[in-house]
Design a protein around this ligand. Sequence first.
Ligand SMILES: [Zn+2]
Length: 381
Amino acid sequence: MIKEHGPIGRAQVARRSGLSPASITKITGDLLAEGGILETDTGESSGGRRPILLEINPTGGYVIGLKVTEYGVIGVLTDMTADVLEKQKDSLEGTSPEAVAACLASQVDSLCHAAGIPREDVLGVGVGLSGLVNASQCLSRQNPFLGWRDAPIGGLLQSHVHVPVYIDNDVNTLTFAERLFGHGRGVDDFIVVTIGRGVGLGMVLDGQVYSGAHGGAGEFGHTIVQEDGLLCDCGKYGCLETYVGESGLLRAAAECDDLPAVRSMDELIDLGLAGNKSAMAIFATAGDMLGRGISNLINILNPSLILISGEGVRAEEMLFDPMHAAVEKHTMPVLFPDTEILVDPWGDDAWAIGAACLVLGEVFRSPVQNAVPSAVPQMSG
Ligand SMILES: [Zn+2]
């Protein structure tokens, strides 16, 4: 709560949490002693003594976030406000869970060493993975790029690093980051759509990240947009990803006689941004398909905010103008005006920062949210 609403006074924390002022004094006293929070500038007073405000102490601890791609690991070491102090990229030397765990552990060591932070000051390591993840069991249920089924990657890494390890689907980790520090701060119903190697979806519904009964919710890229359409990596035909994901875009590019050979979405984006009409047409089709999919999400979930993220945001208007047009065309008119769509600027380390936020989310969850309210929370204002 101090993270979400800080700087905030003790009285407000008590009011919002429903805990007694005495409990809040005890909990915040413990947090101050541990260095987790700071007392900061005094706030506005409505008469009488000016209240002392509390906020997160950025250097109260450190966390590490690691994103595993099909080629390597991108890692960051951050402070408690997710500011990056050190970042690194390594290649994978093998794709077995054991080999990847060893690579992750070695990056944890080298991030700590480079930042001059002792391992015991690291509060936890978060790992973002593609595919289906059972976060509570620290299990990668299915990773399409590494060929894993039920890989105990969290436990393997924990046995190397001896600090708490948290894993989740990479799009969920980005969603955590938006919830803690980004546009989703204080927003109870929003979704994150990512465009990159695949097409991902993270959901915050009623204030909680939603992952489904078995961690498999959000496979937006595998919703069917074209009956008898193109074959997808998942084995089905006509998935959204076959139009909007990287391999779908590259397949469309390969079928264009007047396009030079392209090896990545980045190269195709560069061609389009330079004015190549065929490349622009591929992104226009992708944007239209994406917009249809997003309109379905709005009609089902009625989010107040949709954040578009991922490597594909570099395609800018050639993707997003047709996307916006399709969203407006296909969304129920009564729901359309209630939904804001924002395209997030993309940084190389965004996935890894998201993974770090997985740990920060756990750290900030306790102890106020774990305490039992002494009374029904009062309405503020
Ligand atoms: Zn599919």
